[in-house]
Design a protein around this ligand. Structure first.
Ligand SMILES: Nc1ncnc2c1ncn2[C@@H]1O[C@H](COP(=O)(O)OP(=O)(O)O)[C@@H](O)[C@H]1O
Ligand code: SF4
Ligand SMILES: [Mg+2]
Length: 342
């Protein structure tokens, strides 16, 4: 897939447009009179666009708000603030028939194929479940045939329709999850760490399947991972998240070869390099300390407590304001620059 010249220049039509999305979970005290004493700022002002046929990778350490973002988009959580449209329809204002159409059009593949499939349901019932909620998508008489077709599309034996999840391996179970997500023929699939629970040897197979299905059905993906190396080959663009915010977003090349945000640079530095020659020439940036609590993020730049370049301005001025300025690509840092030697 060819990468767009600039992440801010729209290559294709935008299918999903997310603006300043916020989710704060209240922290309460007291049993009888629950008093709000603070908030976990899980998602704290996230904006991005997803184009038709594109894969946007979303990467960040555990706890930075990736799953909350996915759940907001799936309308499993209510946003505290912000807007989003899917194919021009207002995602959060929709109700009734409009909401049903939106729900059909955006589906999710979960992280853990061991817990996300009901062990007491057959594979046929699991994959066919969306048809119970959206009967208009498949007339009753055709459902078994459609489920068998879906099994075939994801590389499973259609004759295994009456088996139970425990009779499949982890990789096969994730294929079942993908078949279920495809059942209603959505345009967008949100994949929340779809390969994180799988053996490394199986991960590539599942990623290849997702790529093949994207091509075949013209799908757009949001592909969430905690590791930059996992999304490299599937993503056209990558957004790097830290404590509820996007800190850098760009094409595959801009993020992996020309990252300008210190957090992205540190993540890349920590990633394993297969070629020992290349490893020898690279200085390793070590991130000190843990991710601060999203209930009490640092002032100014959220990353400043772990940043080796932090200066006074980083504590007083939020660099998010520079995120949408696209030269050479958006990076929320007062001192955004390539690493020396790049
Ligand atoms: N329902 C909830 N109530 C309170 N805090 C939550 C809830 N869901 C997630 N969080 C918190 O929000 C932050 C982001 O979590 P999550 O979105 O799961 O991150 P990630 O998927 O990147 O690991 C974490 O601090 C998590 O504990
Ligand atoms: S704004 Fe300051 S603290 Fe934040 S990443 Fe840039 S240099 Fe580091
Ligand atoms: Mg998660």
């Amino acid at each position: 897939m060819t990468a767009p010249a600039s992440p801010t220049k729209v290559r294709g039509e935008t299918i999903l447009d997310v603006n300043h999305l916020v989710k704060h979970f209240p922290i309460t005290q007291g049993v009888l009179f629950q008093k709000k004493v603070g908030a976990v700022k899980a998602v704290d002002g996230v904006s991005f666009e997803l184009r038709r046929g594109e894969t946007l990778g979303i990467v960040g350490e555990s706890g930075c708000g990736k799953s909350t973002l996915a759940r907001l988009l799936m309308r499993l959580e209510k946003p505290t603030a912000g807007r989003a449209t899917l194919a021009g329809r207002d995602l959060f204002a929709a109700s009734g028939g409009e909401l049903r159409r939106i729900r059909r059009n955006m589906q999710m593949v979960m992280q853990d194929p061991y817990t996300s499939l009901n062990p007491r349901m057959t594979v046929g019932d699991i994959i066919g479940e969306p048809f119970e909620i959206h009967p208009e998508a498949a007339p009753k008489g055709s459902r078994q045939r459609q489920v068998q077709e879906l099994l075939d599309v994801v590389g499973l034996n259609p004759e295994h329709i009456n088996r139970y999840p425990h009779q499949f391996s982890g990789g096969q179970r994730q294929r079942i999850g993908i078949a279920r997500a495809l059942a209603l023929r959505p345009e967008v699939i949100v994949c929340d760490e779809p390969v994180s629970a799988l053996d490394v040897s199986i991960q590539a197979q599942v990623i290849n399947l997702l790529e093949q299905l994207q091509e075949e059905f013209g799908l757009s993906y949001i592909f969430i991972a905690h590791d930059l190396s996992v999304v490299r080959h599937i993503a056209d663009r990558v957004a790097v998240m830290y404590l509820g915010r996007i800190v850098e977003i760009g094409t595959e090349d801009q993020i992996y070869e020309r990252a300008t945000h210190p957090y992205t640079q540190a993540l890349l530095s920590a990633a394993p390099v297969p070629d020992p020659e290349a490893r020898g020439h690279r200085s390793v940036i070590r991130l000190s300390g843990d991710v601060p609590s999203p209930a009490d993020p640092p002032s100014g730049c959220h990353f400043r407590t772990r940043c080796w370049k932090a200066q006074e301005i980083c504590a007083t001025q939020d660099p998010q304001a520079v995120l949408r300025a696209a030269d050479p690509h958006p990076s929320a840092c007062h001192f955004a620059e390539l690493l020396p030697g790049r």
